[in-house]
Design a protein around this ligand. Structure first.
Ligand SMILES: [Zn+2]
Length: 318
């Protein structure tokens, strides 16, 4: 079976919803981008990775930029803000960034359009959590209006990120610079909307952050809990479901061996406790339950989502 890999953002469902205990989770796809397949899979040879996600004629693979909106009794929590609307012509050409909403009246980008499609407005969001501040995760923190001015996207929300990630984003070098765009986060700080985190813990009832360093030194993932069920928004510790095998680590990661240990820890806990894993970048699969069978990670599809190459993912060793 050929999986339905998207060619444009229009091929990706804007919103998918499921329940977790008493809560409702909405996966909102903020758009599509195309990144070099070799860079996405690090040391994994192309004959292996292209069986999971096929490359285009420029060797790029399609990647989602998925966000998760969580309805808790007291808060409307947005995990990640995706690609936003600020990509310039060069970024569109290089990365194929496609984040425009089908209906411009629904908002400046697909994330805001998805929030409106659910019956909310950006003003209803009370908490925004960034796993890290790369442009494809924090791009929708702000948006550029028709007059060219930068605006905070969720003006009534507190924005959470690790303080050390904030520092790292402002101390870039030749290797890390291209991933951090100050327009994604400095206006949020200027508005006094950042609450910086110092380590792991619960941030509002039922929502906690956990350290998953390696992709960046202070990357965090987000856990949502309700009635014994747990969902984990992985962020870039496991960017697509094709990256579930432990050694499948992005070339972009600044500390790949640290990523390895973060994956070992978080995926081990996910298997033991039957977590729902939520993928940021998988082009097809927003979520699934991780299981281990015969020493291989296998993702069990949930909620009628498509079964594709990424679903049965062996942990290939050696
Ligand atoms: Zn990243």
């Amino acid at each position: 079976m050929t999986p339905p890999f998207p060619r444009s953002a229009a091929d990706v469902p804007l919103v998918r919803t499921r329940t977790l205990g008493d809560l409702r989770l909405h996966a909102i796809d903020s758009g599509l981008q195309w990144l070099d397949g070799g860079a996405m899979f690090g040391v994994v040879p192309k004959p292996l990775w292209e069986r999971r996600i096929p490359a285009d004629e420029r060797n790029r693979i399609p990647l989602a930029a998925r966000c998760l909106l969580v309805e808790t009794p007291d808060e409307l929590v947005l995990i990640e803000t995706g690609l936003g609307n600020k990509a310039d012509a060069r970024a569109v050409e290089i990365y194929g960034i496609d984040s425009r909403p089908a209906d411009p009246l629904m908002g400046p980008d697909r994330l805001q359009a998805g929030i409106r499609a659910l019956g909310y407005t950006p003003d209803d969001v009370t908490l925004v959590i960034n796993t890290h501040l790369h442009f494809d995760h924090a791009g929708g923190n702000t948006w550029r209006d028709d007059g060219g001015a930068l605006r905070v996207s969720f003006p009534r929300a507190r924005y959470l990120v690790q303080w050390t990630e904030w520092e790292y984003a402002h101390a870039t070098n030749e290797r890390t610079r291209a991933s951090y765009l100050a327009d994604d986060f400095d206006p949020v700080h200027a508005a006094g909307a950042f609450d910086f985190l110092h380590g792991e813990g619960e941030v509002v009832p039922g929502v906690s952050v956990v350290a998953t360093p390696g992709h960046t030194p202070h990357h965090q993932s987000v856990l949502v809990r309700s009635r014994g069920e747990v969902a984990c928004f992985l962020g870039d510790v496991v960017p697509t479901m094709a990256h579930l095998p432990l050694p499948w680590i992005m070339g972009y990661d600044v500390e790949p061996l640290v990523t390895l240990e973060s994956k070992r820890r978080i995926l081990g806990q996910a298997v033991r406790e039957g977590w729902l894993l939520v993928s940021t970048h998988d082009p097809v699969i927003p979520w699934g339950i991780l299981e281990e069978r015969e020493k291989k990670f296998v993702l069990r599809a949930v909620g009628g989502e498509p079964v594709s190459l990424g679903v049965a993912t062996p942990r290939e060793e050696g």
